[in-house]
Design a protein around this ligand. Sequence first.
Ligand code: FUB
Length: 465
Amino acid sequence: MRLRPALGLSAAICCAMVIGVSGPASAAQLPTGARSLESVNYPGRYLRHLDQSVRLDAVAATSASQTRLDATFTVVNGLAAPACYSLQTAGGLFLRHRDWLLRVDPNTGDAAFRRDATFCPVDGAVAGSIALAAYNYPTHRIRHRDFGLRLDPYQDSETFRADSSFRITAPLAPPTTNQGPAIAGLFADPHLTTFNGRYYLYPTTDGYAGWGTTYYKAFSSTDLVNWTDHGVILDHGPDVTWADDSAWAPAVASRDGRYYLYFSGGAASGDTVKHLGVAVADSPVGPFRDALGRPLIRGGQYSGQAIDPMVFTDDDGRSYLYWGQGAARVVPLNSDMVSFDPGQVRVITPAGYNEAPFVFKRNGVYYFMWSENDTRSEDYRVAYATGSSPLGPWTNRGAVLQKRLAAGIKGTGHHSVVRTPGSDTWHIAYHRFAVPVGNGTNREVAIDRMEFAADGTILPIVPSL
Ligand code: FUB
């Protein structure tokens, strides 16, 4: 099932940066999504990969479709830094430098690869063009020489400036019938919700070996198709004293005009314990600040990992915090949203549960959903139960979203569910192994419709490409 723009949302609050084809590149920002890069001094020649090497080749609308595809890259969030960019081939490989030559390789997720595959745009030689400086060698730029692509130190010459300048054009490859990920690039654990008539998406930033990511971004949309990137909303480095890495699985809830971001984090001391924290902001896109200056739940305080938080607010205004890997727990939150009575913590672990609890309510029925198996397994999947209160008891209903190997879709899990305000239209956001070359640390976000049978059970969700 392909996702169509959702109806009924206000377009009133709009757009820091629309992810679309139009609009020139600026010195500081590139438009994300599928693009081609045309040489300014050899018009008609584009950056193109041939197997794993990269060249400047003549490509036209009449070129073979594979040639045009090889000259099409998806501009995504920088693997090493959100202020810069990475470029992915249609096959999911990343443009990177090695021994001063440009090539494309799969993301290993280690810090050296992520740095070699991150580029920062600066003004190009002619208006509307850009040059790409290496993130880890800021004095070096991508340039062509003898139609090969290299990383060379900047030279203050007309020739160098022209050889290192590119126009960002519409993609040379024809649009595919695939929907692709909801947001370009590697993201996981999407928390999709609505605030003030607009959709907000809070994912984990992915692509790091060992899920070592350190920051969260927020995205928003009026139709679940066109997304605005609001940039980094919380960065463990400067913003959280007790956490350095493992910035996983954010969830955002609101009360009285304030927004609460629940998140997990670990210290880079070699300690593998994760803790669960809460940050607060006056806007759904931050900036968020650590509300407590310490974890809300310390790793080891309860059995299982203190990760994967989620807050459900019932019709009576009461909010409940759910969390846990290995064991699922729930506790009513106090009205300050940053504290609870430890005496009220309950274990609600269902059979098959691994992590990622999510609760919503429809027609008076409470739905408790979770992920089964390991996120590195292609069998990572979503199952659910129904109940008569936010605390259960729960009746297990089985798996509802799982891999679709015929379409190359694996590892569908860590989801969230959203209802279009004022309607009975529901969507599920989840991650999967990035198609086609992803794995448990190279994941991407997908969104599909979620529909119900007349008896209120959830119809099996067929993940779409
Ligand atoms: O993204 C890091 C971890 O992977 C999440 O906390 C888990 O739910 C799994 O998706």
